[in-house]
Design a protein around this ligand. Sequence first.
Ligand SMILES: C[C@@H](O)[C@H](N)C(=O)O
Ligand SMILES: C[C@@H](O)[C@H](N)C(=O)O
Lengths: 156, 156
Amino acid sequence: EKEMVTGISYTKNEAKITISGIPDKPGVSSLIFGILSDSNINVDMIVQNISQDGLRANVTFTVQEREMNLAKKILEKNRDLIDFHYISTNADVSKVSVIGVGMKSQSGVAKKMFKALADLKINILAISTSEIKISVLINRKMTNKAVKKLHKAYVL
Amino acid sequence: EKEMVTGISYTKNEAKITISGIPDKPGVSSLIFGILSDSNINVDMIVQNISQDGLRANVTFTVQEREMNLAKKILEKNRDLIDFHYISTNADVSKVSVIGVGMKSQSGVAKKMFKALADLKINILAISTSEIKISVLINRKMTNKAVKKLHKAYVL
Ligand SMILES: C[C@@H](O)[C@H](N)C(=O)O
Ligand SMILES: C[C@@H](O)[C@H](N)C(=O)O
């Protein structure tokens, strides 16, 4: 199954925001992203993993770095409405992605991408995928090294 | 910023596997997806959120339902090597996605998608995005309702 990786992309102007301890019941994500959308805050990556206890979950999303503080402020203002434990932000991240066509079997592409990052001792902070893209959040200062290594790994 | 949602897609033949308590240090995701890839297990969606304590993280991925038990077996065999707390599986999920072009501001698309699901009291189990796609994992028996509602919401 030849995966066709066609490019590596990255952003260095995003910040990540994680809302921890949101109720894992219908309507919560709708409320959160409704509030962000209504405040005209653009969101790029959204990652939410399965809740461990079935009661509370965590959601991470990225915004333009310049909108990070506003987004956090707006969410804090709505703390009682949303009902979350805390918000953590990190502007020292970058999103690095491997883009391809026909990546029906992500595991092969993921293996190579994650191995390239592991070889550079780069810690993967978050992962989000679609059929044509695997994106990871990593420490921003490792971006150039990561991108260079990925170009080598995929012979691009 | 008109988001151009062009379609709704879904899969009903995938199962989700969550590996909880994996060390949050370089090389772990590489090891996990290396093992899966080497066993020829195809992976579709991968979701990993930021680790809460900086020590342990959780990763969720989907496989073809018929490969779920094999994938779990292989990971359990490698328990000491990977060093994780536990593996949980769920075959009663489906992946529902909103596909679009120019979804530069995901929050607007996410707001509408999540609201449609919330109106049907459908719980969002996991979220993964790319610029052209927002995917969620939901309870499989709600799939048809969800897809129908999304087609209405986006006038498709
Ligand atoms: C955690 C959050 O996604 C919740 N499950 C919801 O459906 O809104
Ligand atoms: C949790 C896992 O993704 C780890 N951070 C790694 O880089 O492999």
